[in-house]
Design a protein around this ligand. Sequence first.
Ligand code: PA5
Length: 445
Amino acid sequence: MKEIITISGKPATSFIPTGEYKIWEQKALRALDLLASGKGRGSDFLGWLDLPSGTSEELTERIKDIGNDWQKDIELVVVIGIGGSYLGAKAVIEALSHSFTSLMPAAGPRIVFAGQNISEDYLAELEDLMKIRSVACVVISKSGTTTEPAIAFRLVQKHILSQYGKEEAKRRIVAVTDRSRGALRNMADRSGYRSFIIPDNVGGRFSVFTPVGLLPIALAGIDIEDLIAGALYMENVTAEKTEENPAVQYAAWRNALYSKGKKTELLVNYHPKLHYLTEWWKQLFGESEGKEHKGIFPAGVDFTTDLHSMGQYIQDGERHLFETVISVASANRSLTIPSDQEDADGLNYLAGKHIDQCNKMAELGTCLAHTDGGVPNLRIEIPSLSTYSLGALLYFFEKACGISGYILGVNPFDQEGVEAYKKNMFALLDKPGFEIQGEILRKRL
Ligand code: PA5
């Protein structure tokens, strides 16, 4: 079978000699062993490792049933969640949907997201939209207590209850949350909402192959079985304890570069549809590795767009960067540049060429220019932006992240640091139990 993901560190070899890379490769293989043994740090949260092979038909059928039910009369699905309870679904839906989906004729309900911010304007505008659409809601929170989605859900639930009544709300609201804990679990059980369980041993940023990701993705009309099939392929490929394992290679390269002072990794895409994949990837690596005052800072750029804004810095600014380019081998659509008799724009030298060919030359030219400028490049190639490739890519990054975190020597599966802002926010909002802290903080403002 043709490989779905290939890694090339060729453009980085002038920064990391082969002998040195081999040392990191060995470290990555040892980290893979540790991950597979289940004896490393954070091993209570390794449930994501075999999600693709463990997904039951019963689960995918239950998910599809919700879609079939809502197909009849629902125009708008509000998907509520933040962080790991938001980004996976958003990334996949953006990557696989028409670029102008909201302006194209609707084939099913439109998906919008909420609960990923606390903007009054955003939520008031969501209310404007809900007033003119038939609404359903998927509310996702593992803890069931996160403030941002809780605020959004309070508003959306109120709208649904007042518009359609309690009985109909049972059909229009679905909760994805913990098996037994948290306010959302209690609310779902008490109100009779349909619900899905997020497994205890899967953390938010590794949950895209649970109902957290699968339900919204299916509601957007995407074939979740194909997505899981791609992930399953990658589950098998990345279990191999060999130097050909792409997750081992990527983890080895990025840690080798980090050891050379390349402390910021830019994930580069050449397709606007991949913008949110980068956002998902940033959370995956940032929240997994940014610990104990260590970790590569994950950032992202959308090329060629950002070559006209960030290109100068990348080419010539401080040399603490490396780039990882997601290269998509073939476009899904076919479009060539037309010829023009007058050639007033001087573009006839491109006439007849595919747009993607121009994109590819921009990609290759940029890789060489940035490498020459002191920015090592890694390249991850996928055949196309298909559901299967995307499933493989997501799983690949998850596996590489686990390996990479173990090479770095941190626990890649906790996120204690996220709590600090929450405590301060609760104190400043006078949440019961946080009064004293609130007084202390207010004096500092
Ligand atoms: O990766 C994580 O654990 C976080 O990003 C969470 O997903 C995020 O904070 C949302 O948490 P919850 O699903 O409990 O509402």
